[in-house]
Design a protein around this ligand. Structure first.
Ligand SMILES: NC(=O)c1ccc[n+]([C@@H]2O[C@H](COP(=O)([O-])OP(=O)(O)OC[C@H]3O[C@@H](n4cnc5c(N)ncnc54)[C@H](OP(=O)(O)O)[C@@H]3O)[C@@H](O)[C@H]2O)c1
Length: 409
């Protein structure tokens, strides 16, 4: 982080006088400056508090940061304090459709952020019961899908991607001019030929896609942290869709927001989950485990060396400090080997990633998902495939290893 970025981050342009907001911003600017100082980066200590908070009427300018050499604009909580969320959504009723992990996490966070939220889910389904357990009251802030769509002005479609398609004829009837349609995944809109989800031309259509499960969206928010999310605008009828997407991204509990498009969000999301977030990692785990087992290592040794050491020791450190730090802070033996073997693994997997990206880009992956997931025997076929993973020696060994963790005794 260089000094000019630090200054850019904390010094704002003149805007409307909002004393408490400004005070909070000044405080967070100072806190950030102090934190940067503690982190050992070039300091802002030479910026006197008066420079940071010269007048009570300052607000922060658009924040552009350097991500490894590329400048990107980001938004954070400091950009949308509660008062500003009220200014933007004070007259709105946020209808959250679905109460799966995302519906639950996002709705509870918005409610805690002071917005008027109602839930729409199918009556007496699993989600309905869960919502009641969480204190949502039928007839007050919990309704069947159709009624919730009628009452809401911002329709947040957090049904499963498949259900977004099947319920579209119902939901779309209530998308009257002036309303906002929101998604957390670009899937339904981007693959409209297959999903038939085609928003009417006279509503704003926006997206905020948290980069993680809805459980984490809620848990991090409760811990005072926040999950990073992407935001996008598909249709801007009001002229305010950009700001509403940014504000809503913060209202649902995000940490920082970065800009994308519906297409790019779907592409990166599908590549990520098929790649290093799940598909590739399970493939790599399995390949290494199989080789170790075939060469006579016990399941305990193969599992610890393949999964447990990573998830319990190395990955949390990589999350905290980065892989670059890990490379500089392991044994010289590990360092030599990891440097030498990085390239063969990279070269072997890159063509697979290229192929994966192309399959996502040309829509084959989406078509395959829709086709497979809407088949009549979908559940039975899926159970068979999942059972193969559940019953594999590697993950059975993993259950035993986890049961031996002292905290699980
Ligand atoms: N999971 C993630 O990590 C993640 C991350 C970012 C974005 N997203 C996106 O967020 C959205 C929601 O995802 P999610 O994981 O929270 O939910 P999900 O588990 O995929 O969907 C759950 C909701 O859909 C409802 N539903 C399913 N079939 C239905 C049908 N035929 N009719 C009416 N309702 C139906 C369920 O109600 P019942 O309980 O009644 O079945 C439940 O409320 C999706 O667009 C997803 O792509 C997910």
């Amino acid at each position: 982080m260089n000094t000019s970025r630090a200054i850019h981050s904390v010094v704002g342009r003149v805007a409307t006088p909002v004393s408490r907001v400004s005070a909070l911003r000044c405080y967070s600017a100072l806190a950030r400056a102090t934190m940067m100082n503690r982190m050992g980066g070039p300091t802002t200590a030479n910026l006197a508090p008066r420079t940071l908070c010269a007048t009570r009427s300052q607000t922060r300018s658009i924040k552009t940061l350097d991500f490894g050499g590329t400048k990107e604009t980001v938004w954070e909580r400091a950009d949308f304090p509660r008062e500003k969320l009220q200014e933007i959504f004070g007259k709105d009723t946020m209808t959250v459709l679905g109460y799966g992990p995302q519906g639950r996490g996002q709705s509870l966070n918005m409610r805690d952020n002071g917005l008027k939220v109602i839930i729409g889910t199918r009556k007496d389904g699993r989600s309905w019961k869960k919502a009641v357990e969480d204190g949502w009251q039928p007839g007050k802030d919990l309704f069947p899908i159709e009624e919730a769509c009628d009452k809401g002005t911002v329709i947040m479609n957090l049904l499963s991607d498949a259900a977004q398609s099947t319920t579209w004829p119902t939901v779309s009837k209530y998308l009257t001019p002036g309303k906002t349609l929101y998604f957390s995944h670009g899937f339904s809109v981007v693959y409209k030929k297959d999903t038939k989800v085609i928003p009417p031309k006279d509503v704003d259509v926006i997206l905020c896609a948290p980069k993680g499960s809805g459980f984490t969206v809620r848990r991090l928010f409760q811990d005072g942290k926040g999950i990073n999310s992407s935001i996008a605008v598909f249709q801007d009828v009001s002229g305010q869709a950009q700001e509403r997407a940014q504000a809503l991204g913060i209202a649902i509990g995000s940490g920082y927001l970065y800009k994308t498009t519906f297409e790019k969000e779907v592409q990166s999301d599908l590549v990520g989950e098929r790649g290093v977030l799940m598909g590739a990692i399970q493939g790599l785990f399995l390949a290494q485990y199989e080789v170790l087992r075939a060469r006579g290592h016990t399941p305990s040794e193969a599992f610890n060396e393949t999964v447990e050491e990573g998830t319990q020791s190395l990955y949390p450190l990589i999350g905290e400090k980065g892989m670059d730090w890990m490379y500089s802070n392991c044994s010289t033996t590990a360092q030599r080997g990891a440097l030498d073997w990085m390239k063969p693994f990279h070269d072997a997997s890159k063509p697979v990633f290229e192929k994966l990206y192309e399959e996502v880009r040309n829509g084959n992956e989406a078509r395959r998902s829709i086709e497979k997931n809407s088949a009549d025997n979908y559940r039975e076929e899926l159970e068979k495939e999942l059972a193969e993973i559940n019953d594999s020696e590697m993950w059975r060994a993993g259950r035993t290893v986890r049961s031996l963790r002292p905290e699980n005794q």
